[in-house]
Design a protein around this ligand. Sequence first.
Ligand code: ZN
Length: 241
Amino acid sequence: MIWAIFSDVHSNLPALDAVLSAIDRIRPDRVLCLGDLVGYGPHPRQVLDRVRELGCPVVAGNHDLAAIGRLDTSCFNVFARQAVKWTSAELREEDRVFLAGLPLTWEDGPIAAVHGTRDDPAEFYYLQTVEHAAALLAEQPTFLGVFGHTHVPLAFVLRSNAVTLTFASEIDLSSAEKALVNVGSVGQPRDEDARAAFVTFNDTAKEVAIHRVAYDIDAVARDILESGLPQILADRLRFGV
Ligand code: ZN
């Protein structure tokens, strides 16, 4: 079975549409979304409409909960907080109901999904070290764990009791015991590659691929400025930071 997994759309409709077209061409059996549908970008309602139409499982991200007043934003930077406030005012009642209904974790078959980390999904920890990944992999109930939140695609792979970190775009997990994969970000990549990211997983061959898709950054940058959102949120998209 082929899975397509994406995360951190952040209200960027051109990026989401480019990724959904790429996913369509792959014709996966299952699609998953790891949250942060909104925040930062200018198209919250359109992104929520697209993802609802898809009907795929979605887990909640910190920006999704912040936008409906369910997460304290004191640890957000000033631009993120401004975007939360702007987004919150844009949401319709149906959007609030949808976001409020998202689970923090999801699992089925070979995959366990979360936005941050499964040791405390409501805390939205940033998984950035091999030590933290090793602790999570020890508790992981499935072969593959998928997450987002840092906007940097990478994988922690457990083989023969050792965890290694890789940034490779094709990852052969046939000899792995388990793995934890960050699927990167659709709408605000932060690995200095401005293209939208998503991941596919072939659960028979046990292969993960990180895909990158170019999209119309000028279009979303223009809409960010026209919405009155901070200019830095447009500028950073060009550099993938
Ligand atoms: Zn995010």
